[in-house]
Design a protein around this ligand. Structure first.
Ligand code: KG4
Ligand code: ZN
Length: 337
């Protein structure tokens, strides 16, 4: 067995400042996450400039803490991996600058990681024996993709949203219901007290073999429902709306992912991104997969939302491939998978 590879990873693409130490790609020695959620709550969403400033304050202390919790000295690190896109440009630049400074000073390789690839890699941390090929449903605040993973570096997008991301729809509907931010977990909670069959909200399927999603019509249908009830002076049943909306999103996500597994000819489904911590989505995906004879891997909620350990894991496979960046690495806010 060769020497152990220890990677220090940094994630600052949105509103979490995170640093992690990961050994041989799969063993998380530390995963420190400093969330800015309380800061952005009063604005009802992430304010990019505020996020960048908070990352600047937090990034060095978070890196220190990740080394301390891992009981690793800075000199033991073999490479630095960092998210360079997609995400908020000012936020990404903070992590990239810290990563470049460390790679230059320590004279070790710098690895750039696509944030979506990072989300997929969270599954390797959850199930340390998981290997490609498999299908991954990536559902977060900014992305809704079904991706075929052929190898650690070979991805095929099989379906994606044509308008809002799933998490974005959760956040917008939560705001309309006066639930607050971030909306996903609040809708998840409220749904437990509601009847998901009480309101018929639309489910969009494109046909012609397309596995794409569309959530903006569903969001509008929820807003129209709320407005109609208010105009008629009728009670707005928050729990029933939340449960019916959530079921409509989950039905489409599960249907298309299971179809993708058949089309891609694999028997394993993985899940990733903040929305993958949704309790109904996890349950329904397991139920359907079991019926179809498919296996499901789903990271624990702390690995679904943004974290640096997933960036360290994805970075490890780039390290093995010798895929390193120069010190002119720049942020790529619209980076595609
Ligand atoms: O992956 P993530 O932390 O950040 C992005 O890369 O976007 O995902 C955040 C998104 C938010 O839209 C949030 O509302 C949603 O994930 N989310 C959930 C749940 N927990 C977080 N959506 C539905 N149910 C949840 N339990
Ligand atoms: Zn994310």
């Amino acid at each position: 067995m060769g020497r152990n590879i220890i990677i220090l990873s940094i994630e600052t693409s949105c509103d979490e400042t995170s640093a992690a130490v990961v050994e041989n790609g799969r063993q998380v020695l530390s995963n420190v996450i400093s969330s800015q959620v309380e800061l952005h709550k009063k604005f009802g969403g992430v304010v990019p400039e505020v996020a960048s400033r908070k990352h600047v304050e937090s990034v060095i202390p978070v890196i220190h803490q990740s080394l301390e919790e891992a009981s690793v000295r800075i000199g033991d690190i073999n490479a630095i991996s960092v998210t360079y896109g997609p995400g908020l440009v000012g936020a990404l630049l903070v992590g990239i600058s810290a990563a470049k400074a460390l790679a230059y000073t320590l004279d070790i390789p710098l690895i750039g990681v696509n944030h979506i690839e990072g989300h997929i890699a969270a599954n390797y941390l959850q199930d340390t024996s998981l290997k490609p090929p498999f299908i991954c449903l990536v559902v977060s605040g900014g992305h809704s993709h079904i991706i075929g993973i052929k190898s650690y570096h070979d991805f095929t997008v099989l379906g994606q949203t044509r308008d809002d991301a799933a998490g974005e729809a959760f956040d917008k509907v939560a705001r309309a219901l006066g639930l607050g931010y971030p909306g996903g977990p609040l809708i998840d909670k409220a749904s437990k007290y509601g009847d998901f069959s009480s309101i018929k909200f639309p489910r969009v399927y494109f046909g012609d073999g397309s596995l794409d999603f569309s959530f903006s019509g569903l969001k509008t249908a929820v807003l129209n429902h709320i407005n109609k009830k208010k105009m008629a002076n009728e009670d707005v049943n928050l729990e029933n709306i939340a449960a019916s909306f959530q079921k409509a999103v989950v039905d489409v996500l599960v249907d298309n992912t299971v179809k993708a597994a058949c089309a891609f000819n694999v028997n394993k489904i993985a899940m990733a991104g903040g929305v993958a911590s949704n309790s109904l989505l996890r349950n329904e995906m397991h139920k359907r997969a079991c019926k179809e004879g498919l296996e499901v891997v789903c990271p624990k909620p702390s690995l679904c939302t943004d974290n640096a350990a997933m960036i360290g894991c994805a970075g490890y496979y780039r390290f093995l491939a010798g895929d390193f960046e120069q010190l002119d690495l720049n942020a790529a806010p619209s980076l595609k998978i």
